[in-house]
Write a protein that binds this ligand. Structure first.
Ligand code: ADP
Ligand code: MG
Length: 304
């Protein structure tokens, strides 16, 4: 018997509908198969705090400790093991085994495993996160399996207008037009071929022993590093409207990462519009904060 955290069940049903329901139904069977395959002798209660995958501490037959993670295989999660393999434990959790067909990975267990979000000194946490992120922006060979940020930008440009209309034009059309224009430009980018991670935030950085902090849970792409910076910024901003300290945070992160401020602000606008439209389509939460974030970026950095 396994127990799946309520947050994971809820996210799977809201974001993936029938496919999510089917995956949840077959998860116990998948875990049984993996138990035999790898071989796992103990499975602990699943970790709380994740939202998409089934993640639990396990003990292997040789008594070593590891973590089992099972994802619903899709365009977002497919390449998680490939990114971990590229990093090979440098700044990130080590991949011990992978079974792409089952969307499963066996990972090095990080202990104590508390996340960087729990560090009381926020400035120190930001410094640690930024220096880790710089190390993780490694070049990839031309035959890599990852999605391209340029392609994603083109998909956004193509999809945003219809999603906006379907959602009932829920914010200023100037914001939507700006996001679409930026995406069209990003789609023709000559950005460097570096490994990017669309889910880099303090909650996905865990305390470890091999290195003080290591990254988990990458959603890798290849392309513009400012794409990652924008997500980190969005995750660090207070949950308040109007959003306090926006310009200062963008400037701090840009300086720590050695990236142009305006480029990051442009990606914050795009990723906020994208998230607002996703929230409206799935009914998962309130889009007002994303809209405020997009507007703050547009106004502060004269993008509109
Ligand atoms: N290698 C690991 N070692 C220890 N704990 C882990 C490890 N991987 C994940 N966790 C725990 O499981 C939680 C969810 O894992 P994560 O990979 O972030 O899943 P999700 O894709 O659902 O966000 C993390 O927040 C962390 O508490
Ligand atoms: Mg996570």
């Amino acid at each position: 018997m396994i127990t799946v955290p309520a947050s994971v069940t809820q996210m799977q049903l809201a974001a993936n509908g029938e496919a999510g329901r089917a995956w949840l139904a077959k998860l116990p069977h998948l875990v049984d198969e993996l138990r035999e395959l790898w071989p796992i002798v103990e499975i602990g209660p699943a970790f709380e705090g994740g939202s998409v995958g089934y993640v639990a501490p396990v003990v292997l037959r040789d008594r070593s400790r590891a973590v089992l993670k099972v994802n619903l295989p899709d365009g977002e999660t497919d390449c998680e093991p490939d990114a971990l393999a590229v990093w090979n434990g440098q700044g990130a959790v080590r991949l011990l085994r992978s079974d792409p067909r089952r969307g499963a990975m066996l990972l090095e267990r990080l202990e104590p495993g508390v996340s960087l979000a729990t560090l009381p000194d926020r400035e120190a946490a930001i410094d640690i996160a930024c220096s880790l992120l710089r190390r993780l922006w490694v070049p990839v060979p031309s035959s890599h399996p990852f999605r391209l940020v340029t392609r994603l930008a083109q998909e956004y440009a193509d999809a945003f207008p219809a999603k906006y209309v379907r959602a009932g034009r829920p914010f200023a059309s100037s914001l939507l037009a700006c996001a679409v224009d930026l995406c069209r430009r990003f789609a023709h980018d000559d950005a460097p071929r570096t490994l990017a991670n669309r889910d880099f935030h303090l909650g996905n950085i865990l305390a470890a022993r091999r290195e003080p902090w290591l990254v988990i849970d990458p959603k890798p792409l290849v392309g513009d590093p400012a794409f990652d910076a924008a997500h980190l910024i969005r995750s660090l901003l207070p949950d308040a409207i109007p959003i306090p300290g926006y310009e200062r945070l963008v400037s701090t992160i840009a300086a720590r990462l050695g990236l142009p401020v305006k480029r990051i602000a442009e990606w914050v606008l795009v990723r906020s519009v994208e998230n607002a439209l996703w929230t409206l389509a799935t009914g998962m939460g309130d889009p007002r904060w994303d809209v405020a974030c997009a507007a703050a970026s547009g106004e502060s950095f004269h993008l509109l």
